[in-house]
Design a protein around this ligand. Structure first.
Ligand code: NAD
Length: 287
């Protein structure tokens, strides 16, 4: 079992240590979160983010805007935060109300403050495998930290990523490829039988589809590493992933549970990225 909670704690502790070092130099990492509307799940996410920030020594502010806020008003706030020297990291909580173009808002954030790594400039850098520091989407980056914790060699092995969103699947593909794995990217148009054939060959299977129980033990190679990014709320209120844990667990060498796997890593990695941006934006090299 890959213990996401414990690994996330280590990531947070490291971020706190680095934030402390920056504070000693008079730099307080600043995170600004924009929340438009009253989506209850978004409200919980935003609250968790600001709580985590407080714990690691990141100064966080949440800008709450009513659901009828116009796109121009959101863009004006982004422009203001771009200019604000106390803000190192800007995050726009998704989803935005339908009348606001989310891509336009993401593109308005300065790439050097784009803590979610969704700006096309940062996505392009990742895809092109550019050197130097730039923010990378926190969920797939957190998955790489979990894979590191298993201490296995990824180089030359086979991976499959199921799901191709900009939030998870696409950056995940790039990160695994960058770790010198041979990577397949599957999605909703991958025929089911083909998906099984591919997952049965993979040493690492990352599932990010939002389809509960999509991957079962029969889909896996013996000794595979299984990373379940999915978070699905069932009718009975329980939380499950995209992997059928009961059948997958006996076949897997390493597997993440849901909850307690990838989930805790995302916020911890967000803190890690915020502190890194603060350092980079102030020209400080962190060890
Ligand atoms: P999305 O809806 O944007 O994308 C889903 C992807 O899955 C699509 O690319 C689609 O082609 C693919 N897909 C759908 N059905 C499929 C099928 N039957 N076979 C193969 N591929 C299929 O979702 P997302 O934002 O990438 O999130 C995916 C899941 O991960 C959701 O459950 C979400 O809640 C969860 N998530 C978790 C975290 C976390 O921190 N743990 C972060 C982000 C997303």
């Amino acid at each position: 079992m890959i213990d996401g909670k414990t690994i996330a704690q280590t990531v947070r502790a490291r971020a706190a240590e680095r934030a402390q070092k920056l504070a000693e130099m008079g730099i307080v990492p600043g995170l600004a979160v924009i929340l438009v509307g009253e989506d209850p799940a978004s409200q919980i996410y935003v609250r968790n983010k600001s709580r985590a920030a407080k714990k690691v020594g990141v100064q966080s502010q949440t800008i709450v805007m009513p659901v009828e806020t116009t796109e121009a008003e959101v863009l004006a706030i982004v422009a203001q935060l771009n200019e604000d020297a106390a803000v190192d990291a800007i995050l726009v909580q998704s989803p935005l109300p339908k009348h606001i173009d989310e891509e336009k808002v993401q593109e308005a954030i300065l790439p050097s403050k784009d803590v979610d790594g969704f700006h096309p400039e940062n996505i392009g850098r990742l895809f092109a495998n550019r050197a130097g520091y730039y923010p990378i989407a926190n969920t797939p980056r957190g998955v790489m930290t979990l894979l590191d914790a298993t201490q296995q060699t990824l180089h030359g092995k086979q991976a499959i990523v199921i799901g191709r969103s900009i939030l998870v699947g696409r950056p995940m593909f790039s990160l695994l490829e960058r770790a010198n794995m041979t990577v397949t990217l599957a999605h909703r148009h991958t025929p089911r039988a083909e998906l099984r054939r591919l997952t049965q060959q993979a040493d690492v299977v990352v599932v990010a589809t939002g389809v509960p129980g999509l991957i079962t033990g029969d889909d896996l190679k013996e000794g595979a590493t299984v990373i379940d990014v999915g978070i699905n709320r069932l009718a009975d209120g329980s939380l499950v992933g995209d992997v059928d844990f009961a059948s997958a667990e006996p076949k897997a060498a390493f597997i993440t549970p849901v909850p307690g796997g990838v989930g805790p890593m995302t916020i911890a990695t967000l803190m890690q990225t915020t502190v890194e941006l603060a350092a980079v934006n102030h020209g400080v090299e962190l060890d």
